[in-house]
Each structure stands twice: as C-alpha cells, then as structure tokens.
Write a protein that binds this ligand. Structure first.
Ligand SMILES: [Zn+2]
Length: 88
C-alpha cells in the first residue's frame, strides 16, 4: 500500500498531497493534484504514471519530500555543476 497522505482539496476534483519531510529544510509541503491521480497514488501506482502532467520537480517532492527550491544547486542557477543536480 501507499505511504502517501492525501486530503480533500479546496479545489473541485482535486486532492492535496502532504509530501514527506524535506531533508534540506526539514519542512513538509503540499502538492495539489487531480483527484483521479491522487486516488491511483493511494493505490500504490508510481507517481510518474499517475501524474505525468505534473512538473518532474513536484513529482520528486511527492516521492522524496525535496522541495524544488531546496534541490542542491537550485539557488545557484547556471553556476552549478549539472552533475551535482542529477546526482551522478
Ligand atoms: Zn525543503
């Protein structure tokens, strides 16, 4: 089963996904996703399969909790070694 925590959203036909604790800033976060995608996520389907239209950085946050702004090198823009960002 899924470990995701998903709640009703203020938006119609959407759900709010509580994302895991970010290892960089120590905070959790929220991603609003279509209800159908959130339901499939709860059933254990991979996030990239159920939410293909969601930004890959937000899918990463759903999976690992890392906020796009906290990703290593995010605040350094083009000055960062791309290898660091991709984790190779
Ligand atoms: Zn963070």
């Amino acid at each position: 089963m899924s470990h995701h925590e998903i709640y009703d959203s203020m938006q119609d036909n959407c759900a709010d996904i509580l994302t895991p604790t970010c290892p960089f800033c120590g905070q959790r976060g929220w991603i609003t996703a279509p209800q159908t995608g959130a339901d499939a996520l709860m059933e254990g389907h991979p996030v990239q399969d159920v939410l293909p239209e969601v930004d890959p950085r937000l899918r990463e946050q759903i999976t690992s909790g890392i906020h796009p702004r906290c990703f290593p090198g995010a605040e350094f823009g083009d000055g960062i070694d791309p290898d660091l960002i991709h984790g190779h």
